[in-house]
Design a protein around this ligand. Sequence first.
Ligand SMILES: NC(=O)c1ccc[n+]([C@@H]2O[C@H](COP(=O)([O-])OP(=O)(O)OC[C@H]3O[C@@H](n4cnc5c(N)ncnc54)[C@H](OP(=O)(O)O)[C@@H]3O)[C@@H](O)[C@H]2O)c1
Length: 282
Amino acid sequence: MIAITGANGHLGKATIKCLLKKTGGENIIAIVREPSKLSEFEDTGITMRKADYEDMDSLNEALKGVDTLLQISTTSMGERGIGQELNVVEAAKRQGVGYIVYTSGLKPDNEAHFLAVQQCLRTEEAILNSGMSHTFLRNSLYMETIPLFMGNAIEEGGFYLSAGKGKVSFVSREDIAEALCTVLTGDGHRNKIYEITGSDSFSFDDIAALLSENQGKRIAYVDVPGEVLKEELLKSGMPEEESGWFLSLTESIKHNEFAHVEDTLERLIQRKPQTLQEYLKR
Ligand SMILES: NC(=O)c1ccc[n+]([C@@H]2O[C@H](COP(=O)([O-])OP(=O)(O)OC[C@H]3O[C@@H](n4cnc5c(N)ncnc54)[C@H](OP(=O)(O)O)[C@@H]3O)[C@@H](O)[C@H]2O)c1
């Protein structure tokens, strides 16, 4: 039985779709807060179980009889996010889960600027201390986050960010889902740590140049100081915690903490990962 937390999110759904090509729905348990969000899988034979990361009883119930768990990291930030992820690990351990696959962040480090990566590190440590077998997929940034950085750049002819000249080895969520699927259904992945990156890394200047070429008009990336970006985010109504979190991400990019490239993803999915050029064209 393979159970998946965060099963109705983008990555969860993409992973279920991939798993259904390799195994029967009767072998999959989707753990969600709201089962109606997975109605598209109603006729596939997968089991839906309801749990909230903040509710230990629901997690204990949802993880009964599970031997393999894909723990997809939470969207919550800070101490709250850490607490939620540790709850999942604790419940998994209590329910006798033997193998946990966790979606972490690229090269997590206590010194990392991005707060989410530090959260991932805490969860990795808890999993390592739990005695369960594990695989960590330490994902670089999703290509699908690029529109969030750029807003209406195409219409407006440019975008402001404080990522300096830092590069990112963007990776597509679908390729990550396929890699997760390989790990969950294949042999030889236990107690391994995989850094999941695209085949190349790109700065926001590179992205602006690629977009300009695609669009046939100039789209500029303007690097602004972090304080200026934060002030603008706050003015636009973004809460303090969220804007601090976003700034930690741009600082992390500026310091090339998402620039690392390796071919692990290509080896797991046995083909070239989707390229940034292909994504931007789409
Ligand atoms: N590497 C990157 O660039 C990047 C970018 C974005 C996110 N991430 C991380 O990767 C994860 C997966 O990405 P994604 O695109 O699939 O995110 P997503 O579409 O936002 O999905 C997040 C999932 O987490 C679930 N969730 C959140 N809080 C929960 C709680 N308290 N209890 C139970 N479930 C909860 C959500 O359920 P509901 O629908 O009920 O809220 C949803 O299923 C994210 O959660 C985040 O940690 C990484």
